[in-house]
Ligand binder design. Structure first.
Ligand code: FES
Ligand code: MG
Length: 600
């Protein structure tokens, strides 16, 4: 059978030709070509000069949040083929946020590293990154940044809304409520599981404004996915249509040579920071966006989150900061309806380029909200100044706090110093890891009262490798029964984006590497001053020096796998994105090196 009729216009600059069509290197071309023929692609196709497009498949039975990508990839392939490209789908290391022990955070850099090797080392002219569950999105974008061939992200979409007895039940967020109900004896074990499971009625990612909705929204805000694509629920027909258009778009991007470095500019990151505030995005966002920025070589720090994001109002009324879920967000207009408002208020830069070759302003300049109870007007928002604030002091160099989840109850109870109404003091109760917390939280000997501050340490990127989402801690049952539903929490771990807890988290440096949290003791007075953005233990310098001299960190268990040890040796702290510090210098490697050496 001849493939000659499939020959299109040859494009000499495609990197896949170094594998499939290099007359100066017949030995290797034959070796490369023969194996990719073996499942039925014809020689005519491989040597047609058509772009070869990778589809990085993050969905599997191990990653249910992204599993629908197995279906969507079929539509991506059809889009690629209709636009004149050839699709090669390949698996990635699985990451699922709740299923992976000890943490999914541990695997973000593993998926990143393996994606860099796959994209750089195989015949690809462009790549579709299938994103969704929390860590899959940053891992994919970090890899696209490092290699820097044309790349577009396809979100899998949120699950449909969860319902229980006529009320919306949202992923993760319902757990915090169910936990309190279980503790208060309102439901039993079976009722607990039933209530939580009601929040997951279909394929897709967490339907709350957790880390998945956040990171997929920010991918769209960055310009790395098609406009209007992030919020489409996974089972909707619009999602499959979007997959098709994504396939068409990547082929166009290869012809235009539009790369991540053209899209992931500093202005794009600043836009994403502002969008994160407006949507009430997760506290995991700064970790991941800072990581992506470092891999593309854009200056971005926590100071940018404070400077550009803290004052932006919250307009999206999604759980945990508000009441609605993913389907509502989509019907109300999704990310374009948020960005359109910010753009017209001069709060984002409309000239930023996106994957479809148009600017943000061209894409969404006229987008408006379709439901003002789901996406509020910017001039009458849900909350003013709803971004992240960055604190520092003798407990840590920096830690973040999400202002949008501070409840009125919390403000009235804790932010009550008459001299400085934005400050509060409390007494530390220190837990050395979540096991210690679970063992002791309801022990009357803990002596907790409504001015306790719960501190979690040993939960950072080194200590609990990858960083565990354990800083949001419920108060002792006795306090819940007395009407205290939240205590201030502080720690070197992370917090699920689905939690509405007013926590101070992502503290860097973490206790495991000798940060200030390693020195704090139960009973210390802690002062948090939100106005001046400080957090300190009120312990004098001589005492702190004595504690440091006697420091013994006995709550960080040994590594259990080779990867845990390698990760611990290489990973940086949360403020720098928890990237592998020695990976950052490898930038734009497709431009720097073209293709790697021949395999034989
Ligand atoms: Fe996968 Fe939330 S656990 S998206
Ligand atoms: Mg999570």
């Amino acid at each position: 059978m001849s493939g000659g009729s499939e020959v299109g216009g040859k494009r000499p600059n495609l990197r896949s030709r170094a594998w499939f069509d290099d007359p100066s290197n017949p030995d290797m071309t034959a070796l490369y070509v023969e194996r990719y023929l073996n499942f039925g692609i014809s020689l005519g196709e491989l040597q047609s000069g058509r772009p070869i497009i990778g589809i990085a498949q993050t969905g599997s039975d191990l990653t249910p949040c992204n599993r629908h990508h197995l279906e969507l990839a079929k539509r991506v392939r059809e889009g690629i083929r209709d636009a004149g490209g050839i699709a090669l789908e390949f698996p990635t290391h699985p990451i699922q946020e709740t299923g992976k022990r000890p943490t999914a955070g541990l695997d973000r850099n593993l998926q990143y590293l393996s994606l860099v090797e796959a994209i750089f080392g195989y015949p690809m002219d462009g790549v579709v990154m299938t994103i969704g569950c929390d860590k899959t999105t940053p891992a994919c974008l970090m890899a696209a940044a490092t290699v820097n061939i044309p790349a577009i992200a396809l979100s899998v979409g949120p699950m449909l809304n969860g319902w229980f007895k006529g009320e919306r039940t949202g992923s993760g967020t319902i757990v915090w409520k169910a936990r309190e109900m279980l503790a208060a004896g309102e439901i039993d074990y079976k009722g607990f599981i039933e209530l939580v499971a009601s929040s997951a009625p279909s394929t897709g990612w967490c339907n709350t404004m957790g880390t998945a909705t956040t990171m997929n929204s920010l991918t769209e805000a960055l310009g790395m996915s098609l406009p209007g694509s992030a919020a489409i629920p996974a089972p909707y027909r619009d999602r499959a249509e979007c997959a098709y258009h994504t396939g068409v778009q990547i082929v166009e991007m290869v012809h235009a040579d539009r790369k991540p470095s053209d899209v992931l500019t500093r202005q794009a990151f600043l836009n994403a920071i502002r969008v994160n505030s407006a949507i009430g995005g997760s506290t995991n966002a700064p970790i991941h966006l800072n990581a992506i920025a470092r891999h593309i070589g854009v200056e971005l720090s926590l100071a940018d989150w404070e400077e550009h994001g803290a004052d932006i109002p919250l307009v999206v009324n999604l759980q945990p900061a508000g009441k609605y879920l993913g389907e509502d967000f989509y019907r109300a207009g999704g990310v374009p309806a948020v960005m359109g408002q910010l753009l017209r208020a001069g709060l984002i830069d409309g000239s930023a380029l996106t994957v479809n070759g148009k600017t943000v302003e061209e894409n969404i300049g006229t987008a408006t909200a379709q439901d003002a109870d789901v996406i509020f007007p910017l001039d009458a928002p849900l909350k003013q100044a709803a971004g992240l604030t960055v604190l520092s002091g003798n407990l840590f160099d920096n830690a973040v706090m999400k202002l949008s989840v501070l409840s009125d109850e919390f403000r009235n109870r804790y932010l009550s110093d008459p001299e400085n109404p934005d400050a509060f003091e409390g007494t530390a109760i220190v837990f050395d890891g979540p096991e210690d917390y679970h063992r002791r939280i309801d022990d009357p000997a803990l002596g907790a009262d409504d001015h306790s501050i719960l501190i979690m340490r040993g939960a950072g990127p080194v200590g609990y490798p990858g960083g565990a989402e354990v800083v949001n801690m419920r108060p002792p049952v006795a306090l819940i029964r007395a009407g205290v539903h939240a205590l201030p929490c502080l720690g070197d771990g992370r917090q699920s984006g689905t939690s509405g807890s007013p926590s101070i988290l992502n503290a860097a440096p973490e206790a495991a590497v000798g940060g200030g949290l390693a020195l704090v003791k139960t009973g210390d007075r802690i002062r948090i001053d939100l106005k001046n953005r400080t957090a300190d233990m009120l312990v004098d310098a001589a005492e702190l020096a004595a504690r440091r001299a006697a420091l013994a960190i006995d709550y960080v268990p040994e590594a259990q796998t080779p990867w845990q040890e390698i990760h611990r040796d290489l990973v940086g702290q949360f403020d720098g994105g928890a990237v592998f510090e020695n990976a950052v210098k490898y930038q734009r490697i497709a431009q720097k090196y073209g293709v790697p050496r021949d395999s034989h």
